[in-house]
Design a protein around this ligand. Structure first.
Ligand SMILES: O=C(O)CCC(=O)C(=O)O
Ligand SMILES: [Fe+2]
Length: 326
């Protein structure tokens, strides 16, 4: 069994940093050049950094200040917006509230889930569609809501652009994922990792080893470090060290399903051995819940069968929440 201490000895390897500004170019050759760089990174570790992403650094720093201020509130106040009060998994998640690694102890992180706001009359809410509904907002922090909403909106735009880049990387038309990108679901997840305690249970980590459920994850982390990525080639964990101004991007389970594992959903985990508080903000782009994710025909060699049956985004997400939440 891997102990939390062994995690301190993982090697530091460089993951590629891809300049994605070309995706916004009017020139298709520029967009295809980014697609080629994405292809190489996706075929390799499925984890890379992006720079020149267009998201305002001021807004990102507001997101981190609001997150830190919220997590610093007394626990009774945080519990006023506990996720347990939400029918659609929005709001505060307590420390040890999730177990990302099957069989391991619960994660040493607390969090906050924000998604697109769906009103009570939205047909998807009326139909009981999983995770659709209204956000909870902490009354003590008046700027929390506008900051998170502005961030969610910017990240939606960036994610849809990234999906166009992924389409190009697979030699598909840029609009291949339009159905998935239409009226998409996504989650801004604020995370706070206290320093790994000396008395942590064996194998207890900030976030247990897992793959992400959705299409793409775009993660912003502070300067503390602790995110580790499984590297098939070296059969060991490598650090995804903080690189200022970038996002760490990783492919989620839906990309593995679309591509028949040509692009993998890479296992990762967090161990905060720094002795400092760590904050991170993953953005999970999950797409349109009614959309069916199925193997892309060009991702099959002659005679090769799809490894995964077609599934709607909603059915997949339901199953993944069931697995990681009691
Ligand atoms: O905090 C991090 O760096 C990663 C978090 C993560 O992997 C997740 O929430 O899925
Ligand atoms: Fe993750």
């Amino acid at each position: 069994m891997t102990s939390a201490l062994e995690a301190a000895r993982v090697s530091v390897a460089t993951l590629p940093i891809i300049d994605i500004s070309g995706l916004s170019s009017a020139n298709i050759a520029d967009r295809k050049a980014v697609g080629a760089a994405l292809r190489a990174a996706c075929l390799d570790k499925g984890f890379f950094y992006i720079k020149n992403h267009g998201v305002s650094e001021d807004l990102i720093s507001d997101v981190f200040s609001e997150a830190a201020a919220f997590f610093a509130l007394p626990s009774e106040q945080k519990d006023e917006v506990n996720k347990a009060k939400s029918p659609c998994n929005r709001g505060y998640e307590t420390l040890q509230g999730q177990t990302l690694e099957a069989g391991a102890p619960p994660d040493l992180k607390e969090g906050y889930y924000v998604g697109p706001d769906h009103g009570p009359d939205d047909p998807r809410v009326l139909a009981g569609m999983f995770n659709h509904g209204a956000n909870q907002w902490p009354p003590q922090r008046p700027n929390f809501k506008p900051v998170m909403q502005a961030y969610l909106n910017e990240m939606m735009v960036l994610s849809a652009r990234m999906m166009e880049g992924i389409a190009l990387s697979l030699d598909l038309p840029e609009n291949y994922f339009d159905g998935y990108n239409r009226d998409p679901m996504a989650t801004v997840r604020l995370l706070h990792y206290p320093p790994q305690p000396a008395q942590a249970r064996p194998n207890q980590k900030g976030a247990g080893a897992h793959t992400d459920f959705g299409g793409l994850t775009l993660l912003r982390q502070d300067d503390v470090g602790g995110l580790q990525v499984w590297d098939q080639t070296s059969d060991g964990w490598i650090h995804a060290v903080p690189v200022p101004g970038t996002y760490v991007v990783n492919l989620g389970d839906m990309i593995a399903r679309w591509t028949n594992d040509r692009y993998r959903s890479t296992v990762h985990r967090v161990v905060n051995m720094s002795g400092r508080e760590r904050y991170s903000v993953p953005f999970f782009y999950t797409g349109n819940y009614a959309h069916t994710v199925e193997c892309i025909p060009t991702c099959l060699s002659p005679g090769e069968a799809p490894k995964y049956p077609p599934i709607t985004v909603e059915a997949h997400m339901r199953e993944m929440y069931k697995r990681t939440y009691k």
